[in-house]
Design a protein around this ligand. Structure first.
Ligand code: MN
Length: 363
């Protein structure tokens, strides 16, 4: 880690970022000032970018461009193929090797995470070159072992009530009131909301998420086309890989906990990217008895990435935080540099405990 970031264990000198609900607005006023004063704005999202982060970046880029800001998106990881429709000319959602990283910028807006570690080495490269940094996020504050100490020029503008960054941005755009939304902005917002609610199915799907989606459809976005792009974009080998995975679903705690393990060589053999397999976990949500589902995936960098989802009773982000990750109450993740068997053991043991606790105490 660079000098500008440390976890709570070694956080001498760094200040904790102020964190205020969007509606309370003090933090928002500062954000507005930062936007007003900024000529050059850099936008990024987390590693292994998802539809929420990429859609939000698309919306924010077009919004700020319309407001006559010099604007650039620079991500730590490349754009997954299935999201290319957000940027058909390949000129907006860029990253290493595609465009030069700016030497300086007035404002660096990071969407869909509050954790600098999820930017990889981009954080070290850019954090001291940006005059101000704002994390626009809807995840709960990371507590415990993974707790973050931010540099003094960074802050978090959070709205944990928002289903997605798209929903939060819609609110932010209304408050900023700089320009009208156009179809490019609407597309980004819709993709963000649709993907982060698992097509309006998760517990955190709000009435407002539906209202905004309706407004975006009126603005000209095409739901079917978007759905086809994101979800109906798989090769035959993908279905074979999914079949193989589904043959090997594991369960414990009387079926209340179910999980999948994906070895790197299996994924490589089926020529699937990490992004291709993101939705596998959702298949486990089809199980009647499962309360908590989990996906373990070996990554190219010897880490094992773990995604955990709950059907909405058992809170699981504490488990992720205990192991250095984070996330929402019912959807969280972490990454460990340990063999997959050890990772499975550590995570499943904790999930069995939280499920047993829920059974006993109802929370
Ligand atoms: Mn999100």
């Amino acid at each position: 880690m660079g000098t500008s970031l440390s976890t709570s264990k070694g956080s001498k000198g760094a200040t904790k970022a102020p964190r205020v609900e969007l509606s309370k607005s003090k933090e928002f006023v500062k954000f507005r000032e930062a936007i007003d004063g900024a000529k050059r704005v850099l936008i990024s999202t987390h590693q292994l970018p998802d539809g929420d982060g990429l859609g939000a970046e698309t919306a924010l880029f077009h919004y700020l461009k319309r407001a006559r800001k010099a604007c650039r998106v620079y991500n730590p990881d490349p754009l997954p193929k299935r999201y290319r429709f957000l940027d058909p000319k390949g000129q907006i959602l860029l990253g290493p090797g595609q465009v030069e990283l700016w030497d300086t910028c007035d404002l660096w807006i990071i969407v869909d995470t509050n954790d600098p570690r999820r930017l990889g080495k981009l954080w070290q490269e850019m954090s001291l070159r940006a005059r101000k940094i704002v994390f626009l996020d809807h995840h709960p504050e990371i507590a415990g072992v993974g707790e973050i100490a931010y540099p003094p020029h960074a802050s978090v503008l959070a709205d944990v009530q928002s289903s997605s960054i798209g929903e939060m941005l819609h609110h932010v755009f209304q408050e900023l009131n700089l320009v009208k939304l156009n179809q490019d902005i609407a597309l980004g917002l819709y993709v963000s909301i649709m993907t982060d609610t698992n097509s309006f199915r998760y517990a955190r799907t709000t009435p407002q998420a539906h209202r905004i989606a309706a407004e975006m459809i009126e603005a000209g976005v095409n739901p079917e086309e978007i759905y086809q792009n994101i979800y109906s974009s798989k090769e035959l080998s993908h279905l074979h890989l999914l079949g193989n995975m589904l043959q090997n679903v594991k369960v414990t705690a009387g079926g209340k906990v179910a999980w999948l393990e994906m070895a790197l060589d299996l994924r490589k053999r089926h020529q699937a990217s990490a992004d291709d397999t993101q939705s596998f976990l959702n298949q486990l949500l089809l199980l009647k008895d499962a309360e908590v589902v989990c996906f373990f995936r070996e990554e190219d960098d010897n880490q094992v990435r773990v995604s955990i989802k709950s059907k909405g009773k058992v809170v699981i982000n504490k488990v992720a935080m205990e192991l250095g990750g984070g996330g929402h109450d019912y959807s969280a993740g972490l990454a460990l540099s340990a063999p997959i068997e050890k990772t499975v053991e550590a995570v499943i043991k904790r999930l069995e405990t939280v499920v047993a606790h829920y059974e006993k105490f109802g929370k």
